[in-house]
Design a protein around this ligand. Structure first.
Ligand code: ADP
Length: 301
């Protein structure tokens, strides 16, 4: 197969591993910097161009689109979808997963466990919002943040009030969430491919920190998932319309709760923690599933 990996940097661990796995399995692979692509959208023969070449006869596209270029990355991916290439994750699903509020609404509607979460716009309802999530301690999250940036713990009612008022003053969009104290600074990353969790790890925040992101100094170890955790992760990915996803869970008193569903999960942490060839499994999934024009949305939306 002819496979394109959309990635801004071919030296990133995940990009390298995916390219390697393509080659090992006998595919022709090209790593393409998303921001340097341009496209012909209005003709009868839609096309994507890169460094003077027209990218033709592409069977499958692996999007590794960073949060900062979601808009343009999704547009390029959509163009490949219009041309009939099979996207590992569809543009519509990626765009959806990048909006934290929208994602939580989709998951809630599907009956998937979530932390109590509130969102408001007007300046008058700070108290009601705090009450909605069961009072302090609570977590406030900027909707635009990634890798734990913009995720703040307010330990007391007063801190929660000042924090919410400050974010409002800045006209920022944010969520207010029940603090899952019993998770003890750990979360679980489940790597879902299709209808299976193929690898999982528990991440532990460093001393004095409640955010367990590896980028924030968290450490990873193996974890055995319960059947309920497994099915929650698989359902969350499916409801978001993602074939491959990193689903982050917290172990709460009321069962597993989903914090986030990531459409471009990093492979380094999870492959190193589990010793599994996740990249190889992703390419095997593409081999099994890819057909021309096989998308649910066909580049719409
Ligand atoms: P980001 O998308 O920026 O990584 P997350 O929402 O995943 O932000 O939060 C970052 C980390 O903070 C999580 O991995 C988790 O360890 C911790 N965390 C987030 N929300 C909660 C919560 N409601 N209760 C307890 N810990 C949380």
């Amino acid at each position: 197969m002819r496979i394109v990996i959309l990635s801004r940097n071919r030296r990133l661990y995940s990009t390298q591993r995916l390219a390697e796995a393509c080659e090992q399995r006998g595919h022709e692979v090209r790593v393409v910097d998303t921001t340097k692509c341009y496209m012909d959208i209005a003709s009868h023969r839609p096309s994507v161009h890169y460094r003077g070449d027209k990218l033709e006869g592409v069977d499958a596209v692996i999007p590794r689109i960073g949060a900062s270029i979601t808009f343009y990355g999704a547009a390029i991916l959509r163009q490949f979808e219009v041309m009939g290439a099979y996207p590992l994750n569809e543009s519509v699903a990626i765009t959806r997963s990048r909006d934290k509020l929208r994602s939580l609404q989709i998951l809630a509607r599907a009956g998937i466990g979530l932390p109590l979460t509130g969102f408001a716009h007007s300046v008058d309802d700070t108290q009601a919002l705090i009450k909605l999530v069961g009072g302090a301690p609570l977590v406030v999250k900027l909707l635009e943040g990634t890798q734990g940036k913009g995720v703040v713990l307010a330990e007391t009612h007063q801190a929660a009030e000042s924090l919410i008022d400050a974010f409002r003053e800045l006209h920022a969009n944010f969520l207010v969430q029940e603090f899952i104290k019993e998770a003890g600074g750990t979360d679980i990353r489940c790597l879902v491919i299709g209808d299976k969790v193929v690898a999982s790890m528990q991440r532990q925040a460093r001393e004095g920190e409640f955010r367990s992101n590896l980028h924030r100094g968290g450490t990873a170890k193996l974890v055995k998932l319960t059947p309920e955790e497994r099915s929650t992760a698989v359902r969350a990915a499916r409801k978001m319309g993602l074939n491959v996803a990193g689903v982050d869970l917290l172990r709460s008193n009321h069962g597993p709760v989903v914090m986030e569903v990531n459409s471009s999960p990093g492979l380094e942490g999870i492959e190193k923690a589990t010793g599994k060839d996740v990249a190889g499994q992703i390419i095997a999934f593409i081999e099994k599933e890819a057909r021309p024009h096989r998308t649910k949305t066909r580049g719409k939306g």
